[in-house]
Ligand binder design. Structure first.
Ligand SMILES: [Zn+2]
Length: 440
């Protein structure tokens, strides 16, 4: 998640904070004019790649390590198994498009917006994250013929072979754990197997890559070091995306098992704090870890929005005080309609598949196919021109084939590396803790 949204679970008595519903609307709408909505069935040629690339893609276990789709689960107009499009509603992941794009699953994110570092803030965040974790389990239970929770690295293959989609779970922003490290075990029991300590702003665990105030801990805090130890004990993979570079170095030094960057780009292509330089990239690889390449336009290159779009958004913001917490559903519907109108009239400029490919190929050049994967930030702001949603994922396989990578290498990139890192976390775990039963 690299937008500033959360989900509907912040509703209080039928009212919402307006900014919680904005995220999906910031996904480009008219920007993808050449894109057409998928048909519910018969989608195998949707991405318009070569038959060879399609055949390879279909053979591989294809997973993404940062699916923000759980933020959509509680929205009344979203169905995990329904036919939707990025042009109508802004979502990017559902079962028909997973079939179309050959996406077998991945890590489904429990994202929590950063709030105040107070007892009240921690409590509200914990409640939010627990509700989101419950929503994931409910969705899998409701659609158990198509989805299955995964807990161990060895689970993904058999689940996929059975025709179901793989649902690993991750935490983006450990803020909801408050000051109580033992809360991580609660989420482990829900099935969480990856944790990113921090998001847009510094928190109790770590410095963020993007906090305007700069660093406050010099990397990980002492509590952040405890979080690393607890994740190691449980067998949870540590995720350095969003963390300040120094915090990532601290994670590398402290963790007994390899770390992941679940959705990150490279500074060599675009010098942005959310991206990493080649020195850190090599350090992650030397630890046995992996970078999963992001497709969030604002981190791929400098993106300038049109003056007309910025003016229209400013005028809309002027009409609505986004700090209000008492918006009615009717007000939100009116705002949403106005926002969608702006998106259609003045489309958000986004990056291109070619620039995404530059980040991917650079990482491969520096650390090789055993340390690179894909974490595009779907439903969290990811998506580029030519790859607006997951239905276009075969384009990545086609690109990698065209650049001379073998099918074995490409499978490493799509799932082998992340499963290796997860397996290493399991092997290093000092505890045997059963997860909650899989819902049926
Ligand atoms: Zn993110």
């Amino acid at each position: 998640m690299d937008l500033f949204k959360t989900g509907r679970t912040c509703a209080r008595g039928g009212h919402l904070r307006l900014k919680h519903v904005l995220g999906a609307l910031t996904v480009p709408l008219a920007a993808c004019a050449s894109w057409s909505a998928p048909e519910p069935e018969g989608l195998v040629n949707f991405a318009q790649v070569s038959s060879q690339a399609r055949a390879v893609h279909e053979r591989l276990l294809v997973m993404d390590t940062h699916l923000d789709t759980p933020a959509n689960l509680s929205k009344p107009d979203f169905s995990l198994v329904g036919v939707q499009s990025v042009g109508d509603g802004g979502t990017q992941v559902d079962l028909p498009r997973m079939r179309a794009g050959g996406l077998d699953g991945g890590f489904w994110v429990i994202y929590t917006e950063q709030g105040p570092l107070t007892e009240e803030g921690y409590q509200a965040a914990r409640d939010h994250a627990l509700i989101r974790a419950g929503e994931i389990r409910e969705a899998v239970a409701k659609h158990h013929q198509s989805f299955e929770l995964a807990f161990r690295a060895e689970d993904a293959g058999p689940i996929s072979a059975s025709g179901k989609r793989v649902v690993y779970q991750s935490i983006e922003n450990a803020y909801p754990l408050g000051l109580d490290i033992s809360a991580l075990e609660t989420f482990y029991r829900f099935g969480v197997r990856m944790v990113g300590p921090v998001h847009f702003a510094n928190n109790q665990f770590a410095d963020s890559a993007t906090d305007p105030e700069g660093q406050i801990h010099g990397g990980l805090s002492p509590l952040g070091e405890q979080l690393v130890d607890e994740a190691n004990r449980l067998g949870i993979v540590l995720d350095g995306s969003h963390a300040h570079d120094q915090a990532v170095y601290d994670m590398l030094a402290r963790s007994k098992t390899p770390i992941i960057l679940s959705h990150t780009g490279v500074k060599a292509i675009y010098d942005h704090p959310r991206n990493i330089d080649d020195v850190l990239l090599k350090a992650v690889a030397d630890s046995g870890g992996v970078i999963q390449i992001n497709a969030f336009s604002g981190y791929l290159e400098e993106i300038v929005q049109s003056p007309e779009r910025l003016a229209a958004l400013a005028e809309l913001d002027r009409q609505y005080d986004l700090s209000r917490t008492d918006f009615s559903l009717d007000e939100i519907a009116i705002y949403t309609e106005a926002r969608q109108k702006i998106d259609k009239q003045f489309p958000r400029n986004i990056s291109s598949f070619d620039v995404f490919a530059e980040h991917l190929m650079h990482a491969l050049d520096v650390v090789g196919p055993e340390h690179v994967g894909i974490g595009a930030d779907w439903d969290g702001g990811g998506g580029v021109g030519g790859m607006e949603d997951i239905a276009s994922l075969p384009r990545i396989t086609e690109l990698l084939l065209a650049r001379g990578l073998s099918e074995v290498d490409i499978e490493q990139i799509w799932s082998g590396n992340m499963l290796r890192v997860l397996g290493a976390a399991e092997a290093g775990a000092q505890a045997t803790i059963e997860s909650l039963p899989t819902p049926r």
